[in-house]
Design a protein. Structure first.
Length: 149
């Protein structure tokens, strides 16, 4: 049975449309990664699903920056600022980004089947935790925030 099942509940969570799109994309990415035939494709798909879930949290929580521009930051760096409880996960996925890049580049033996399956499981856990941080318990139905006007 797939661990990516959307269950509708009476209570609904309202989020910005960009955060909703990213969470849904993360969910679909996990489901697609499970069906990938190669270890590299499963690894890449799982990592990208986690990246989208992190981006959803950042999109929902980040405050607009002022006119001050600093160096570009990865979503993993931003995630630790807006949701400190996910700091260890951010460090884990940031550290695995080089392996994802190697798998995307088609390097032979970039990832083993075990590494891909482990990352897929870890990404599933992370997506669930990110949803919880956004107030989306149990694969809850997502509704966009009402727009002014």
């Amino acid at each position: 049975m797939s661990s990516i099942v959307q269950v509708r509940h009476a209570a609904r969570v309202r989020l910005a449309p960009s955060a909703i799109a990213l969470v849904e994309s993360a969910r679909h990415g996990l489901a697609a990664a499970q069906d990938e035939p190669t270890s590299a494709a499963r690894y890449v798909g799982a990592h990208l699903a986690a990246l989208r879930a992190a981006a959803a949290v950042v999109a929902a929580r980040a405050e607009p920056s002022g006119s001050r521009r600093g160096r570009p930051q990865s979503v993993w760096e931003l995630l630790t600022k807006v949701e400190p409880t996910l700091r260890e996960w951010a460090a884990f996925f940031a550290a695995s980004a080089a392996k994802r890049a190697a798998a995307e580049a088609g390097l032979p033996r970039a990832v083993s089947a075990r590494e891909a399956d482990d990352l897929l499981r870890d990404a599933g856990t992370f997506v669930t935790l990110a949803e919880g941080a956004l107030g989306i318990p149990g694969r809850q139905e997502l509704l966009p925030l009402p727009t002014a006007g």
